[in-house]
Ligand binder design. Sequence first.
Ligand SMILES: Cc1ncc(COP(=O)(O)O)c(C=O)c1O
Length: 403
Amino acid sequence: MILYVVYYEGKYGCIQDSLVGNLRAPFIRVNNAHMRKESILSHLEGDLMHVKLFIPGPVETMPQVLAKMASPMIGHRSKACAELQKRISEKLQQVFHTKNVIVLSTSSGSGLMESAIRCCTAKKAAVFSVGSFGERWHKMAVANGKEADIFRVPLGQATQAADVDAALSTGDYDLVTITHNETSTGVMNPIAEIAAVIKKYPDIVFCADTVSSMGGVYIPVDELGIDICITSSQKCLGLPPGLSIASVSEKVYQRARTVKNRGLYFDLVSLYEKARDKYQYPSTPSISHYFALDYQLEQILAEGLANRYARHLEMAEFTREWARRYFAVFPDERYLSQTLTTVTNTRGASIAELNTELGKRGLAISNGYGELKEKTFRIAHMADCRLDEVKEVTAAITDILGL
Ligand SMILES: Cc1ncc(COP(=O)(O)O)c(C=O)c1O
């Protein structure tokens, strides 16, 4: 069901799509497509207007996917629920390019990130950070009483395979974390080069944060030897937030079994066993997300993964060109993200004010993250976003700033 906001005789109201045909009042669809927008924009108050998100998660979610969230409940221990999780797992294995077990968790991506570092670090973790989300992984290790060293590079730079090699060759570590796509700086790490180095160390558990890239960029998990590859529902997969998704290797499971104090809710051993043996989840999962994910994965596979990656790249290339023309791209040019563009605010524009103006046009971008706030801004082009929408938001920025 699609809802429309209607303005009629000085009042606002919400109606279903089936009734729109009967209406002579101005109306606006509450999701992607705006209808007869101009006629009511002057009347609609900002908070009633749907603001199209170009922020790096949560992303715009297709109305059909949202509608699946409203499916009637089924029991979480039922055969139907296990079948649902099986279907989801098989489709996710295609998206992740893996044969590993798919583990779902009712949490955001951080849930399984914390689980990975807590349950799989027996000796010491080597955390390679290129920005805020690498820092977060280190904080998780420390908060869980784990030994961990953090290896940083200047913001905008990428992790270098040689640095990973140098750290691992000390023999001090048994786990490594890599951020594939750093959402704060817009850096995409050279994961294939890094993975090639990690393969030299068979005792290392290789954890990859692909929260803002899985489903938008080709990440062949098994070929790269990623032991636990984690993503969130609200980024390139195009769902509402609330699910953490990971592919988990047998090595992860065997390591986790040797580690004490793994906690309960995020215990990777029980998550893995329940998923592997029964397509179940130890606690009550967000079944609404399962319905939506099952449907959305169907759409993703129907689009074709190669087409999906190409669409993301095309949007990224357009946005980078626009950024170079009017501003500058923030990251090192060799390591640009394909799912979001972090733009250096070379003109010293107020990003907060820019976003207020964009909001009046039903659009939203992101300010810079953390210490990059106001110094940069971010335009996400992920999930079901299309090139014409990226053109729309960049044209709006050009217009608002009079570039
Ligand atoms: C690269 C990266 N890692 C981890 C996270 C944390 O994910 P979540 O907010 O789903 O817990 C985010 C969130 O934006 C992210 O972009």
